[in-house]
Design a protein around this ligand. Structure first.
Ligand code: UDP
Ligand code: UDP
Length: 467
């Protein structure tokens, strides 16, 4: 970085990811990119998340500071320091709200750090804007969402598109993008007064939006060529200024495991399947989704009936599947109950389709691997991401719910039909071709001289050059 040299002291950046895997992983990739640009990086987290971060970043030398996170004034069970440890996502709001208890310690730590050129903190850590302002640090918000979902959500909020509808499935046109149709089911139901039970929450949509508007910029884990129309729209019509610096997952060096005994058993299994070409369907729903036992059973039957090879990752708490299932499918299916390296799986030559909840990281990782998606959104921004995947960038198909609604139950027949279409059908071929094209574009964006690399350099120059 010639243009910011001249100073002898390297510029210093603070990153503060929200304490969930989906929000932490991309910021660790960003840390790698900043370190490659010879900046120094301090990452804030809670004690329980320290090991995950230090192990993930074992190839890079960032400083990690953990802040105590005692939330005994709230109704959260003790000792929970990341959302994937919550007994239920219904406690999410209490958790997010309790993060503010870290503010005094965060500010004490900032006081003792070398001068900070800029801060990137998660949108859910709204209070970090106030801390950044106290120390005169430009704060970038990281949401972990794509432009499409942000632009559509913004339009929905501004025009109050969800009120006065007949039903949750009524199709509504989004005025700035008249070809996009959404339903109330694409959004989380509003939190009712009853649910709040008289608790005072500072973490509300209003504070999240207000702190977004007052931040220096917003960092998108996306790349210009993926959603140019929405990137342009945001930077023309919305504030603050947005920067596309992704797909961040491409910042991580690929795993160079060649020794078979070093490979986890599921990768060895994928290796064995190579003699059947690309034939494996990867099935995973991220780190947060809660799937009912009845729904798990339907997935099992759907996979069994579809006769495809599959690798299914389930969370430990979901270990009940139907009786004898694993034994019956053992020649062509494997069920994994551990934390996997998802990118290693998606990049494996045996894998040719992905049933995904459409968490934005999973979508990007699938695109980067050129693997098409069978979209099965569950919550948060996933229904919008799924619309984007299927209708906008056309790298996926959607599972069939039994009532045709976004949030409906999926019967095994609806799953089997779409699995076959993705793996063997004409539509599957089309989305596979498109995924491979986008994989190439993603790679280019992250190369030196590519759009995302240039944007990151502009961001660094703008913030570090000022000092
Ligand atoms: N992930 C992983 N191994 C697992 C489960 C998840 O590496 O066993 C990673 C996945 O690759 C992605 C992130 O965790 O980077 C999940 O983020 P996403 O946005 O897809 O979903 P979320 O978990 O936030 O719902
Ligand atoms: N959530 C919420 N209020 C918000 C934003 C999110 O209650 O303002 C909830 C959302 O409904 C979901 C949970 O937070 O149940 C997780 O959201 P997140 O965006 O972390 O999910 P991810 O994209 O990582 O899967």
């Amino acid at each position: 970085m010639g243009s910011i040299s001249g100073d002898t002291q390297p510029h210093h950046v603070v990153l503060f990811p929200f304490m969930s895997k989906g929000h932490t992983i991309p910021l660790l990739h960003l840390a790698r990119l900043l370190l490659q640009r010879r900046l120094t990086v301090t990452i804030f987290t809670t004690p329980a998340n320290r090991t995950f971060i230090s192990e993930s970043l074992n190839d890079a030398t960032a400083f990690i500071l953990d802040l105590p996170f005692s939330h005994d004034v709230t109704d959260l069970p003790a000792g929970i320091e990341s959302t994937d440890k919550l007994p239920s996502m219904s406690m999410f709001l209490s958790f997010a709200n309790a993060t503010k208890l870290m503010q005094p310690d965060f500010e004490r730590a900032l006081q003792n750090l070398p001068r900070v050129s800029f801060m990137v903190s998660d949108g859910f850590l709204w209070w970090t804007l106030e801390s950044a302002s106290k120390f005169n640090i430009p704060r970038f918000v990281f949401y972990g969402m794509c432009y499409y979902s942000c632009c559509v959500s913004r339009a929905v909020a501004i025009d109050r598109l969800l009120s006065g509808l007949e039903s949750n499935n009524e199709l509504i046109t989004v005025p700035p993008f008249p070809w996009i149709k959404i339903t109330r089911n694409d959004f989380e139901p509003p939190i009712s007064e009853g649910e709040l039970k008289g608790q005072k929450f500072e973490f509300t949509m209003e504070t999240i939006i207000a702190t977004l508007l007052n931040s220096y910029g917003i960092i998108f884990n996306s790349f210009y060529e993926l959603e140019p129309l929405f990137d342009d729209y945001w930077n023309r019509e919305c504030t603050p200024k947005a920067w596309s610096v992704g797909p961040l997952c491409l910042a991580e060096p690929p795993k160079g495991r060649t020794e078979p005994h070093n490979k986890p058993k599921w990768v060895q299994w994928l290796d064995k399947k190579l003699d059947q070409g690309s034939s494996v369907l990867y099935v995973a729903f991220g780190s947060q989704a809660e799937i009912s036992p009845a729904q798990l059973k339907e997935i099992a039957t759907g996979l069994e009936e579809s006769k495809v090879n599959f690798l299914w990752v389930i969370r430990k708490c979901e270990s009940e599947i139907s009786d004898g299932f694993e034994e019956r499918v053992k020649d062509r299916g494997i069920v994994v109950r551990e934390w996997v390296d998802q990118r290693e799986i998606l990049m494996h030559e045996s894998v040719q389709g992905f049933i995904s909840h459409c968490g934005w990281n999973s979508v990007l990782e699938s695109i980067c691997a050129g693997v098409p998606i069978l979209a099965w959104p569950m919550m948060a921004d996933q229904p919008l991401n799924a619309r984007m995947v299927v209708k906008e960038i056309k790298v996926g198909l959607r599972v069939e719910t039994c009532d045709g609604s976004v949030r409906g139950f999926v019967k095994w027949e609806g799953l089997e039909k779409m699995v076959k279409e993705l793996m063997e059908g004409e539509k599957g071929k089309e989305v596979r071709k498109k995924s491979k094209e986008l994989a190439e574009m993603a790679k280019k964006a992250m190369e030196e001289g590519g759009s995302s690399k240039c944007t990151l350099d502009l961001l660094i120059n703008e913030t570090c050059g000022k000092m």
